[in-house]
Write a protein that binds this ligand. Structure first.
Ligand code: CP
Length: 355
């Protein structure tokens, strides 16, 4: 088995007004830190989607599940989630266990020596003394990038995976979203050329911000942002789309654009960032999907949502074949298995026949 990546990595700061993340570029290994979606190229996205499919199919049999379980039994992961999470935490935890990895976790910072005044850097360095990868979610933007930069300066760096950083980025969610789009559009030639709507609180939703960044890898994609004016997509993401010549339009009128969409990616109001109840001012009925909206959507279009959902998706549509969010959620586990396999260089040991 190839050794775990231990190379030093070059750090390339990006100057943007809002984005506090930093690009952390692997120097030699193909995937080390997972911090910023902008570093992902099409070839790596295709490889990860293919790998996710292989592990998903392999896990269907006991023999295949045992093969996966024997893949990384000597590797250990730290799950440092100091901001609430259900699916990202559970899917990473179970992805590790599928691969035979052991996990340690801190979910409540009051149980960590940070309450005794230990610095963030010293805490992260301490985690790295015991494990082979750190998966972290924080309320603050930029923390995962900070941890990755620290790793690049110490003798035993371990990869850092950003599992959600403030309202800024959620790169592995974007990867699983790409996997979901890729799987869903397989009969229609893939993601290239598709019209993808993103709806809801686009200003403070990190999932849509990260997904926008990955769109540079697909030809002919058009984005349609459907949001209340006060929660429109932020200028830094729009500038990135302009820079990469990805066309986008903005509207507050869902019904007028629904028939043109191949996918509608619905998000909830990010009420946790409210300072004075701003979310309550939004008439959510204008930014929601129910039976009436489904009637306007193409028969082969899909409805996605990173979950958890609020009232913006009526559960009555869960049984519609276009409702993709529960499959999307499960895809997250397979994509995170693929990411871990790739980080540890174990992909040559996934021996399914070519798909
Ligand atoms: N999609 C997502 O990040 O969900 P959790 O907050 O439950 O992890």
């Amino acid at each position: 088995m190839p050794a775990a990546p231990t190379d030093r990595h070059e750090v390339t700061p990006i100057a943007t007004e809002r984005l506090s993340e930093t690009l952390v570029m692997p120097a030699r290994s193909s995937l080390f830190h997972v911090i910023d979606p902008r570093v992902f190229e099409r070839s790596l996205l295709d490889e990860l989607c293919d790998l996710a499919t292989r592990v998903r199919l392999l896990a269907k049999t006991d023999a295949g599940a045992r093969t996966l379980h024997d893949l990384l039994p000597t590797r250990r992961a730290m799950l440092y989630f100091t901001q609430p999470s259900t699916r990202t935490f559970l899917s990473f935890s179970n992805a590790c266990h599928i691969l035979g990895m052991r996990t340690s976790e801190i979910r409540d910072p009051s149980t960590s020596s940070e309450v005794k005044g230990e610095s963030f850097e010293d805490s992260i360095r301490t985690f790295s003394s015991y494990v082979d990868v750190i998966v972290m979610r924080t309320k603050e933007s930029g923390r995962a990038a900070q941890a990755a930069k620290l790793m690049n300066t110490i003798p035993r760096p371990v990869p850092v995976i950003n599992a959600g950083s403030g309202s800024d980025q959620h790169p592995t969610q974007a990867l699983l979203d790409i996997y979901t789009l890729d799987r869903s559009f397989e009969p229609q030639g893939g993601i290239d050329g598709k019209v993808i709507g993103m709806m809801g609180d686009l200003k403070r939703g990190r999932t849509v911000r990260s997904l926008c960044y990955l769109m540079k890898n697909y030809k002919g994609v058009k984005l349609v942002f459907i949001a209340p004016d006060q929660f429109a997509m932020e200028p830094d993401v729009k500038a990135y789309l302009d820079q990469h010549r990805i066309p986008y339009t903005e509207t507050t009128d869902l019904a007028s654009v629904l028939p043109s969409l191949d996918a509608v990616y619905v998000t909830r109001m990010q009420t946790e960032w409210d300072t004075a109840g701003e979310s309550r001012a939004v008439d959510l009925t204008r930014f929601s999907i129910g039976e009436r909206e489904l009637k306007l959507l193409k028969r082969d279009a899909i409805v996605m949502h990173p979950l958890p959902r609020g009232p913006e998706i009526d559960p009555v549509i869960d049984q519609d074949p276009r409702a993709m969010y529960w499959r999307q959620e499960r895809n997250g586990m397979w994509m995170r298995v693929a990411v871990l396999i790739k980080i540890f260089g174990a992909e040559p040991r996934i021996t399914l026949p070519d798909l």
